[in-house]
Design a protein around this ligand. Structure first.
Ligand SMILES: Cc1ncc(COP(=O)(O)O)c(C=O)c1O
Length: 379
């Protein structure tokens, strides 16, 4: 199998599993237990928090482990909004993952918040000046994703962080797709991560929340995570997230240029060899491992099936929206018409991806799209 769907999820690294293993077996304690078995587990969570903090360049107390990237984003958005430091106005972009968009829309529905959803240009970029213009005295949070999962576009988060800082408004970035690809030092007050996107296990995420940012917990109970996320800690998950984050960050300098070369080779070949192919997202300001296209007149789902028969796993865009008949909200926000949006195909590479695999996909894609086109014509 040629797996080019790393933006959906990445395989667990063996070294990460080996670090997790003791906490799934012998050292199985509950970190809240005062006996030795519990304290071993508590030490593992503390150590993991320190490792994450070291990568992020923050204090360990500013790292909150969660059950997913979705939960981390929800805690950032709802946690800050419900603490309500300035008022009931929130700002985000039209291309956010549903983890942020739906969290904001829920606040609008249930808590009377007013949400400004900023448009994007044809390449998926938010305009920094539009963020500045949208900030009001009652704006409580700005949330802008670091890099888009569907089209790979990297948003101007450093500039937006500066705008928010000047205005005194907390800034959250959903960095779920950025880890291992981009520097995480962007000046955000809150930043969300998800372990399974960078070689860690599924079902564990983390939120960096700068000291002093008011945060109402979403999950109340025994007061774990300094009262910000109750529930017995996922000890092995925290260890796995920390180990995977360290590895991804250590490999980034070498991996990013390697993946970028593979990405550009795939993009150039596909644009040259597949009729009516268009790249979606920004040509250069995009994730190093991400190539996404529309193939006019060729149903994306049919192309995925053709490629799957040849052993290639990729996706139409967002794993969450897969199977849905609605055109992607991201492509729609970028001004791509619904019929063209239905032709989207996304390839996302990872540490195991080779040049031979990319060349094989570039060879198969013109054949697959031609087959789908001819089948559609004979119908
Ligand atoms: C940009 C972005 N944010 C958030 C998430 C949600 O992360 P998780 O799968 O850990 O809930 C994803 C995953 O698809 C994502 O791509």
């Amino acid at each position: 199998v040629i797996y080019l769907d790393h933006a959906a999820t990445a395989p667990l690294e063996r070294a990460v599993l080996e670090e997790m293993w003791p906490y799934l077996t012998g050292s199985f304690g509950n970190p809240s237990s005062h006996h030795a078995v519990g304290q071993q587990a508590a030490a593992a969570v503390d150590r993991s928090r320190e490792r994450v903090a070291a990568v992020l360049g923050c204090r360990p107390a500013e790292v909150i482990f969660t059950g997913s990237g979705t939960e981390a984003a929800n805690l950032a958005v709802k946690g800050v909004a419900l603490a309500n430091p300035r008022g009931r106005h929130l700002i985000t972009s039209a291309v956010e993952h549903k983890a942020v968009l739906e969290a904001m829309l829920a606040l609008a529905r249930h808590n009377g918040f007013d949400v400004t959803i900023l448009p994007v240009d044809r390449s998926g970029l938010v305009d920094v000046a539009a963020v500045a213009a949208a900030v009001r005295p009652d704006t409580t949070l700005v949330s802008l994703m670091y890099a888009n999962n569907e089209v790979g576009t990297i948003e101007p988060v450093v500039e937006v962080a500066a705008v928010c800082h000047d205005a005194g408004v907390p800034f959250h970035t959903d960095a779920v797709q950025a880890v291992g690809h981009l520097s995480l030092s962007v000046g955000a007050d809150l930043l969300s991560l998800s372990a399974h996107k960078f070689g860690g296990p599924k079902g564990v995420g983390a939120l960096f929340a700068r000291r002093g940012i008011p945060l109402v917990p979403l999950v109340d109970g025994g007061g774990q995570e300094r009262g910000r996320r109750s529930g017995t800690e996922n000890v092995a998950g925290a260890v796995g997230l920390a180990a995977a984050l360290e590895l991804a960050e250590a490999d980034r300098a070498a991996e990013a240029p390697r993946l970028m070369a593979l990405r550009d080779r795939l993009i150039d070949t596909v644009l040259a060899s597949v009729p009516a192919a268009v790249l979606t997202g920004h040509r250069t300001q995009r994730l190093p491992h991400h190539a996404s296209f529309c193939f006019e007149g060729v149903a994306g789902e049919a192309v995925l099936l053709e490629l799957e028969m040849e052993g290639v796993c990729c996706s139409s865009g967002s794993a969450c929206a897969a199977g849905s008949q609605d055109p992607s909200h991201v492509l729609t926000a970028m001004g791509i018409p619904a019929d063209l949006a239905q032709t989207a195909v996304r390839f996302t590479m990872g540490p195991g991806t080779t040049a031979d695999e990319v060349d094989e996909v570039a060879r198969l894609l013109p054949l697959a799209t031609a087959r789908v086109r001819s089948l559609a014509e004979t119908r």
